[in-house]
Design a protein around this ligand. Structure first.
Ligand SMILES: Nc1ncnc2c1ncn2[C@@H]1O[C@H](COP(=O)(O)OP(=O)(O)OP(=O)(O)O)[C@@H](O)[C@H]1O
Ligand SMILES: [Mg+2]
Length: 343
């Protein structure tokens, strides 16, 4: 049973470029509940990072939030003034980026920048902040944290830097941590350690984690739910066991995972045929239709709504609709109840 009120409730999130001409995130709806780890997967350009950046208030130059609500702990982030939002996001949300170097300041030592969080955002004295920083660096597995605190980021390996970034993101015990492809720059063994660390740190602090990746294998044993994005839209939400996805795109994604070298029964990858969708594509139907092995005439004309299956899974595909007739949609594709926003 889900608790009744979600930690985060995203409704109709829509982000565009070019003064609204190119929509990169199209009416995304989802909820996150306290303490869960949820995966967000999809191929490059599907809008995963823009969804995360919208939440953190960090949209890149040229991107515009067209519509949507982001209710976090009962407050709509979109309606907050800049300062309140920055303070709230700084304390209650943490972000772990793909490339840790971009998140670290090259001219401050690891200890200085970690201590700064406790000093500036938590009002601790310089001495107390330093003590907490060293303690935290030890907790994320840096050997000899006293000495590590004196080092500059460039002295560290990628895996060690990512440990520091995780420490900083979780320092103030945020309610929500967004990890955007935190392990793509790391080799697989280190990546597995980093995922474990993030999971354990978040569990100790009871933080909710939104884990963004294009690597479905990483989500095994980590996520409680998986959401799949394609061409700016959520196309599936399912349980953690992603062995049997519903959407034809998600099924293709699963077949395209490189096989485990130890598993000799799988000898070939099956890449999804066709080109990934582009921002300029404004055809009316399902965005996956041109590549879909199960397409019907209707798919080219009409965008499927999100259907809810009896077991609670959600899928945006006419072929998977309950009774196959498209009558049991969770919500109509065009939502009218969320006002446009100016930001
Ligand atoms: N600053 C920008 N200017 C113009 N277009 C952008 C910008 N940032 C992102 N986009 C476009 O928005 C779309 C979604 O980008 P986003 O970064 O969210 O994708 P993603 O799913 O995170 O992909 P990846 O797996 O490569 O990180 C892409 O088509 C991308 O080209
Ligand atoms: Mg991205």
């Amino acid at each position: 049973m889900e608790p009744s009120s979600p930690l985060l409730d995203i409704r109709d999130l829509t982000v565009s470029f070019g003064d609204g001409r190119f929509q990169a995130v199209k009416g995304v709806d989802f909820q996150l509940f306290s303490g869960e780890v949820v995966g967000l997967v999809g191929e490059s350009g599907s809008g995963k990072s823009l969804t995360a950046f919208s939440l953190m208030g960090l949209l890149p130059h040229g991107a515009r939030l067209d519509r949507g609500a982001m209710i976090f702990q009962g407050q709509d982030l979109v309606a907050l003034d800049r300062r309140t939002r920055r303070e709230l996001c700084g304390r209650r949300m943490g972000m772990v980026f793909q490339e840790p170097l971009t998140a670290l300041n090259p001219v401050l030592t690891i200890g200085e920048q970690t201590a700064e969080i406790f000093r500036l955002r938590d009002g601790r004295s310089a001495k107390e902040a330093r003590r907490l920083a060293v303690e935290l660096l030890g907790q994320v597995g840096l050997p000899n944290p006293e000495r590590a605190a004196e080092s500059y980021p460039h002295r560290f390996s990628g895996g060690m830097r990512q440990r520091v970034v995780i420490a900083m993101a979780l320092a103030l015990k945020p309610a929500l941590v967004i990890a955007d492809e935190p392990t793509t720059a790391l080799d697989p063994t280190i990546a597995a350690q980093i995922v474990r660390l993030l999971k354990n740190m978040a569990a100790e602090r009871r933080a909710t984690v939104l884990f963004i990746t294009h690597n479905l294998k990483l989500l095994a044993g980590l996520a409680r739910r998986v959401m799949v994005m394609y061409a700016g839209r959520l196309v599936e939400q399912t349980g953690a066991d992603f062995a049997d996805p519903l959407h034809p795109y998600a099924q293709g994604l699963l077949k395209a995972i490189p096989p485990d070298p130890a598993d000799r029964s799988v000898t070939r990858l099956a890449p999804i045929p066709g080109q990934p969708s582009s921002l300029a594509d404004d055809r009316p139907g399902c965005p996956f239709e041109p590549r879909c092995p199960e397409r019907r005439d209707r798919c080219a004309r009409e965008l499927p709504p999100m259907f809810e299956l009896p077991d609670g899974r959600l899928v945006r595909c006419f072929q998977r609709a309950p009774q196959g007739d498209g009558q049991a949609a969770l919500r109509p594709a065009a939502q009218a109840d969320v006002p446009p926003c100016s930001g």
